[in-house]
Design a protein around this ligand. Structure first.
Ligand SMILES: C[S@@+](CC[C@H](N)C(=O)[O-])C[C@H]1O[C@@H](n2cnc3c(N)ncnc32)[C@H](O)[C@@H]1O
Length: 207
């Protein structure tokens, strides 16, 4: 595998020196997308939030700012992402508002019905089976809880298609494919938004 290909494959699970380089750019690279996505959250005051596939941790930090009464548990299966997210949210971790755990989204360690909000930015492309992982999210959420998904590919754009060829196992889903998997996993009230002039999508579902 060429160097560039190995570098881009680090988006799936950052590790080692190349992963360290990749993760350095993740927060700034995804900030505008994540802020646009969070802008679609309804007027809620969640107490318990899970941030899935947290990368370098900025989105967990933004959720903590946006919801000052909330506690955020950020999870990622990459030890490097866990380390970076802890560093980024050091003060919030020290005061107990942020927890960071290493685990896979296909096996979430949350008590059933314990969370108000789940978020997933630029990560579901890599999950091992959407329906199976969404069912884990649904289980952890309270009845009426929300799940926000935000991707910079709408599953049909040329850039997304190119990265599918480069990054092992990456799948860029259309909003309709995401909605179908959410419905099968037990979510209702699915709202889909598309950016007016970019292939960015946000899908918001309620349990
Ligand atoms: C492209 S990065 C996005 C990071 C961050 N959400 C952002 O928007 O900057 C994808 C992240 O999802 C994580 N990830 C992918 N599949 C995962 C899984 N099955 N379980 C937990 N984390 C996963 C990767 O380790 C990586 O940190």
């Amino acid at each position: 595998m060429g160097l560039l290909r190995r570098y881009f494959n680090q988006t799936r699970k950052p590790e080692g020196r190349l992963g360290g380089l990749m993760i350095c750019g993740m927060n700034s690279g995804h900030a505008r997308l994540a802020d646009w996505g969070m802008g679609h959250l309804p007027g809620i005051t969640p107490q318990e939030i899970m941030e899935l596939g947290c990368g370098a941790g900025r989105n967990a930090g933004e959720l903590l700012k946006r919801f000052p009464g909330a506690r955020v548990t950020a999870i990622d299966y990459s030890p490097l992402s866990v380390k970076k997210t802890k560093e980024y949210n050091k003060a919030m971790t020290a005061c107990g508002r942020c927890r960071v755990q290493q685990c896979d989204v296909s096996d979430l360690p949350f008590e059933a019905g314990s969370l108000d909000l789940a978020t997933a930015f630029e990560t579901i492309y890599f999950w091992p089976g959407l329906e199976r992982c969404f069912a884990q999210v649904a289980k952890a959420l309270k009845q009426g809880g929300y799940f926000l998904i935000c991707n910079e590919s709408d599953g049909m754009d040329a850039t997304g298609r190119k990265f599918e060829q480069i990054i092992d196992g990456m799948i860029c889903y259309t909003p309709e494919q995401i909605e179908a998997a959410l419905n099968k996993a037990g979510f209702s009230e699915v709202t889909k938004e598309h950016h007016p002039n970019k292939p960015w999508i946000t899908v918001l579902a309620r349990k």
